[in-house]
Design a protein around this ligand. Structure first.
Ligand SMILES: [Zn+2]
Ligand SMILES: [Zn+2]
Length: 338
């Protein structure tokens, strides 16, 4: 089998790897129907997150179960399944509180940009669809595996409610699906911060009512102007930089909520400064597993079409071009078909 391996900055190779097989009774092996490149893959790809030697890549996946370990009862060979980027037993206290991405047995997936994938803790990690979905639904089902699940968590963690005024910082796939999620949760006003025309258009399609192109302090000033100097009820931070985090906190009203789902890189703030903002902070790796059954339903009954974030589809062996296109912002998100 060949799979995707990152060797160093901008050095992605599709090369021979060992065929995954059942190693533990709790494993499943699935044949990937579709996988994709994640915005978070770009951190190590750009050399901004060190790697210790060649690293197999990919953590967003859906496909058909080939084989299961003896302890797996909830999924069967032949079923179409979707899983999160973090494995979970779905039984430990963290899982029962709805934070499956902090499961005590968690492993982060990192080999999904390949035709065959071993999924540990299959029973608690994988969610099967009721039947074999039609091929046109595959991109949207794949999106539930991370980007939509993460965008949904961003909106949920920022306490988006019917009538809320929401700001979304970040116009990557997660930010755009944060817009879609806020719309589903009944937000009245959704302000997307983007200076990229194609992304602005998709944000509007997903439910954004306003677009702000300014960033940093200028962006904050614009949000304050638009909210009568009060700030937004809910701000979704979907980038992970110091600038985007400060922009998010300063755009929030007193007592409002900031969620942060972009993996922080060099983000720091002073306790005193935070103290006087009066904001709620809630973020982290999204517990996608909590939302999967609901999100899969919304896709299967055609309520939402999150697969629109995939504006590039490539055969899996051209994965390196998928990384390049996203790195150069030529593509929002690249879908890969084995
Ligand atoms: Zn991802
Ligand atoms: Zn658990």
């Amino acid at each position: 089998m060949r799979g995707t391996v990152l060797y160093g900055p901008r050095d992605i190779r599709f090369e021979a790897r060992e065929m995954p097989r059942i190693e533990q009774p709790t494993d499943a092996v699935i044949r990937i129907t579709a996988t994709c490149v994640c915005g978070s893959d770009l951190w190590p790809y750009r050399g901004l997150q060190p790697i210790k030697g060649p690293q197999p890549m990919g953590h967003e996946y859906c496909g058909v179960v080939e084989e299961i370990g003896s302890a797996v009862k909830s999924v069967k060979p032949g079923q179409f399944v979707i899983g999160s980027f973090a494995t979970s037993d779905n039984t430990c206290p963290n899982c029962l509180y709805g934070y499956q991405s902090s499961c005590v047995q968690r492993e982060f997936m990192s080999r999904a940009q390949a035709p065959i994938l071993r999924v540990p803790l299959a029973e608690g990690t994988l969610v099967p669809t009721p039947g074999m979905p039609s091929d046109d639904l595959v991109p949207s089902l794949l999106a539930t595996s991370d980007v939509l699940g993460t965008g949904w968590f961003a909106a949920d963690a920022a306490n988006v409610k019917p009538g809320s005024t929401v700001v979304v910082v970040g116009d990557g796939a997660v930010g755009l699906l944060g817009v879609l999620s806020a719309k589903q949760m009944g937000a009245e006003r959704i302000i997307a911060m983007s200076r990229h025309e194609k992304r602005q258009k998709l944000a509007r399609e997903f439910g954004a009512t306003d677009i702000v192109i300014e960033r940093g302090d200028e962006g904050v000033t614009r949000i304050m102007d638009m909210t009568n100097g009060v700030g937004a009820d809910s701000v979704l931070e979907c980038v992970g930089t110091q600038e985007s985090m400060m922009q998010a906190i300063q755009s929030t009203r007193r007592g409002g909520y900031v969620s942060y789902v972009g993996v922080p890189h060099g983000v720091e703030f002073k306790g005193e400064k935070l103290f006087y903002t009066h904001v709620h902070l809630h973020g982290g790796p999204a517990p996608v597993r909590r939302y999967l059954p609901k999100l899969i339903d919304l896709v299967l009954n055609h309520t939402i079409n999150p697969g629109k974030v995939f504006d590039l589809t490539l055969p899996l062996e051209q994965v390196a071009e998928g990384y390049r296109a996203m790195d150069e912002r030529r593509a929002i998100k690249a879908l890969l078909r084995p």
